[in-house]
Each structure stands twice: as C-alpha cells, then as structure tokens.
Design a protein around this ligand. Structure first.
Ligand SMILES: Nc1ncnc2c1ncn2[C@@H]1O[C@H](COP(=O)(O)OP(=O)(O)OP(=O)(O)O)[C@@H](O)[C@H]1O
Ligand SMILES: [Mg+2]
Length: 494
C-alpha cells in the first residue's frame, strides 16, 4: 500500500484513553495516518464534511450509536469507505448484525494487533472495487458510444468477428429490413450465409473479397452492384474494412449509391452523346472540305483553265495589237487564280491524304508551310508501309497542320521538325519547334477567353480517333506536340 498520503481515520469513540490505545496499535503500520475523534452525531456528521478514508467505530457509545453512525455513513452519505467496528466486548450476534448493516470488519479492543492489517485489507478491497466499477463504467460508455455511432450512420453496417459471425448490426440495417422486407444479417449468425440469401449479383466474388479482408490478405474491398427492383434499379456499394486493432474480422458497410450512380450514368451518357456529335461533326467537316476542294479543283479550276485557253487563242490572233499587254496581264491573273485555288483546295483536303497516305501528305504540307513562312521544316516518316485507319490519318494530318500553324504564328522558331513513326503497333506523331515556348496554364486561360480552339481541337481530334495528345512546352525552350495512337484497337472513322 502506498504510504505517501496519510490515511485519514475518523474514530467514533467516547474514551480518549482508547484513542491512545488505537494509536499505539497503529504505531508500526506501514502507512501514515491521522486520527480525528468524535463521539456525538453532530460532530460525526460535521467530520464527514471533510475527506475521510476509513471509519473506526466503538460499539458502545454513551451519547451516540454505532448503528446510527453506520446508517449515516452508508445510507445518508453513501460513503464508499471502510467502516470497522472496534469494541471492548461484542457478542457474535451483534457483530454479525453490524456486518449485515454495512460494517466491513470488527475487532476487539483487547486484540488490536490486527488493526493495521485490517485497515489495509479493507482499503485495498475498496480500491479494487472502485477500479472495477470505473472499468465497467468506461466499458459501458465506450459500448454506448460505439452503438450510438453505429446507429447514427445512415449506411447499413455490420461488424464481423474472425469467423465471419455478425457481432453487431446497426439500426439503419434493421430499418432497411423493415422497410424493404429484405433479409438482414442476424447477430450471432454467419454474414456470408446471409449474403447468399440476399440475391445480390456476383456473390462468389463478394465472398472472396470479404474473406480476403477478414484474413488480412487485402487491406479493403469494395464493389458496386445493381439490384433489380419493382420501382426501377437500385445501386448499392458494399465495402469491407478490417476491424480496427484486431487481426481478423471486418466491418461491412453498404451504401445506397443510386443518386450518385444515376448522375454518373447520365454524365457518361451525355459525354458519349457529345462524343458522337463531335465525331459526326468532324466527319461532316472533312467531307465538306473534301467536296469543296474537289469543286475548286475540278469545276472552278477547269473553268479558269478553259478561260486561259481562250485567252491564249485571242493572244495568238492579236499578238501585236494595242491590247496585247492587257491580254498578257489577264493570263497572269488567271495563273494566279489557279495557283491560289490549288493552294486553297490543298489546305482544305490535300489529295495526297486520300490517295497516297499520311507521309506524302505531311511532306507536302511541310514543304508548302516552309515556302510560305521561310522557316526550315524537316519531315521524317518511318514504319508507314501499311496505312493506318483513315480516321487516324485524318486526325494526324489535322493535328500536324494546327501544330505547324501555331509554331509559325506564335513561336518565332527557326527550325521545326515533323516526325511520324509507326512502331510496335503504336503510331506516334510529333511536331517540335525551337521557338519561345509558352506557359500552358496561361495559354489555356487565354484560349478560354478568346475562344481559340487550336490546342483543344488537337486534343479532341486525338481522343476521338482513340489516341492521346501531349503538349510539352517550356518558356524559352520550344514546344513539342505529340500524339500517340495504338494501332491494334478498333478505329473510329473520323
Ligand atoms: N508552338 C507554340 N509556340 C509558342 N506558343 C504557342 C505555340 N502553340 C501555341 N502557343 C500559345 O498557345 C496559345 C493557344 O494556342 P491555340 O492554338 O489554342 O490558339 P491560337 O493559335 O491562338 O488560336 P486558333 O488556333 O484558335 O486560331 C497561343 O495563342 C499561343 O500563345
Ligand atoms: Mg492555333
């Protein structure tokens, strides 16, 4: 027993001599102590107003009674401290009666040698009892907290032990059973057996997932599934999490994710519709460009060519006439119109792209850009013996076209390289310039403000043709636009 704090003894005793006797008996006790002696009820009650560790009470008191003292201590004050009867003479019956009324022990004044041990033992008993009460209270509180927490959550929750037996089911699950007439896990029964009865899809995979978490082979498990219902489908998500601070067992959580899933499905649906529309628009755009290019080349081009022949005939007839120079000028204008139409027709839809393939089309594009801008443009192609799908070719051509335009307009580059390479079923195109580069976040913000569509359009075209676009640009160090396409997937015809 700790001897740090003195044990405060309240002695109910009329004789000062007997107090001395008691103090003498305690002289060799292993604990320090203080004694306060009282022998009337008012003094006794007053003394209980200050902390007391143990009450020693004489059985025969001329002005007070032990039974009354016991009643005050136990019933009126509800004191949880030892009460020991000390008496000169006490019959067996009186002693038993005192114990029954709440005394802890009794000692004869003639045999006080046992007093220190009796006090110590009683104090230890009380301390142990208080500890047990405190532990039980803590347990009750934590149990209450756990239950309140479990019950306050709207998800359905079940806690499983190492054998998969349900230890607890929360209120949400019980209410769910009531509302839906559905099976619900039962405390004390196997959770996996319950699962079998629910009719959720892919139960085998679910069982495996939950077991893996229970046996700590996986840190967690989650699955979303649809339940067919009378009023339409219902989406749920089941998760299994390991039970905290335990080597086995799991917590199962089921959440109704129907609203989230509906929004996700609606979003997916909207996205795929937008994609379909975008694809369709790009296809139409290409078709229209192709037909305008043809029209320009075949129809208008033929007309101007015919006009040139007519002008030549007139020129032959009036070679020396006064209008010779005007005729010559008309012929030159016709040539100019033809050249411009050819270039316009080409940029709308280069004939090489349809007839010869990507590499010749890109080479011609690079040549014409170099002529127009004076910037050196190298074009390298490899691995294109077999033609990629038309949709990919079209997307590649438009991406390179826009990247070259950007490089010419914004970069101030002196050299541009266009590379196209098909290798190991991957088609990669790249346009690199050695220009000033740009800050991408800034450019995106500016593009959003001004409605520029170049960079966005390139990414969109790549994605719609099943590929991916990457723009790497460092201010001061040039820009690289690359796009990759896997050549073994089904192609969309953009
Ligand atoms: N190769 C490049 N070098 C330097 N800056 C570039 C380069 N490519 C793009 N940029 C910057 O990114 C911005 C956005 O390019 P984007 O192609 O989207 O729009 P734009 O070329 O300005 O307009 P649009 O292409 O719609 O005619 C450009 O305005 C330019 O500041
Ligand atoms: Mg642009």
């Amino acid at each position: 027993m700790s001897s740090e704090a003195a044990i405060r003894i309240l002695l109910v005793e009329d004789s000062a001599d007997d107090e001395e006797l008691l103090a003498f008996a305690l002289r060799n006790a292993s604990f320090a102590f203080s004694i306060q002696r009282v022998d009337t009820e008012p003094d006794f009650t007053a003394a209980l107003g200050t902390p007391v560790d143990v009450i020693l009470c004489d059985y025969h008191l001329p002005r007070f009674s032990m039974t009354r003292a016991l009643q005050i201590a136990r019933h009126e004050r509800r004191l949880d401290i030892p009460f020991i009867v000390v008496s000169r003479l006490i019959g067996e019956d009186a002693a038993v009666d005192a114990m029954r009324k709440g005394a802890d022990d009794y000692l004869l004044k003639g045999r006080l040698g046992r007093l220190p041990a009796a006090i110590e033992a009683a104090l230890e008993r009380y301390a142990a009892r208080r500890d047990a009460q405190r532990a039980a209270e803590a347990l009750r509180r934590s149990d209450l907290l756990n239950r309140s927490l479990l019950n306050s959550i709207s998800m359905r929750i079940a806690v499983l032990d190492a054998a998969g037996v349900v230890i607890a089911v929360n209120r949400a699950w019980k209410e769910f059973r009531r509302e839906h007439g559905a099976a619900s896990p039962v405390e004390g029964a196997s959770f996996l057996d319950h699962l079998d009865a629910t009719g959720v899809p892919s139960i085998a995979a679910m069982r495996t997932g939950i077991e893996a978490v229970m046996q700590r082979r996986e840190p967690r498990y989650g699955v979303e599934y649809e339940l067919a219902g009378r009023s339409g489908g219902r989406w749920e998500m089941l998760r299994a999490e390991p039970l905290e601070d335990s080597e086995h067992g799991a917590v199962i959580l089921i959440e109704d994710v129907t609203p989230r899933m509906m929004s996700r499905l609606a979003l997916q649906d909207a996205l795929s519709r937008v994609q379909r529309v975008s694809k369709r628009m790009l296809t139409l755009q290409e078709e229209e460009r192709r037909s305008i290019a043809l029209e320009l080349h075949d129809d208008l081009g033929q007309c101007v060519a015919a006009q040139k022949i007519a002008l030549h005939s007139v020129q032959r007839l009036m070679a020396e006439g006064p209008h010779a120079s005007a005729l010559q000028q008309s012929l030159e204008i016709a040539d100019e119109i033809l050249a411009k139409m050819r270039s316009l027709s080409y940029s709308l839809r280069p004939p090489q792209l349809d007839h010869l393939g990507l590499a010749p089309a890109l080479e011609a594009l690079a040549r014409s850009q170099q002529q127009a801008t004076g910037v050196s443009i190298a074009c390298r192609a490899s691995g294109l013996e077999q033609r990629p799908p038309a949709g990919v070719e079209g997307a590649c051509f438009r991406i390179v076209q826009e990247a070259l335009n950007n490089a010419a307009r914004h970069s101030g580059a002196t050299e541009i390289v266009v590379e196209v390479e098909a290798k190991e079923r991957i088609l990669r195109i790249a346009v690199r310039d050695n220009g000033r580069g740009f800050e991408q976040a800034e450019a995106s913000a500016r593009a959003a403000r001004t409605g520029s569509l170049g960079l966005i359009g390139m990414a969109e075209r790549a994605e719609l043709a099943g590929g991916r676009l990457k723009v790497r640009s460092v201010p001061g160090s040039g820009t690289a636009v690359t796009a990759t396409f896997a050549l073994d997937r089904p192609w969309s015809e953009v």
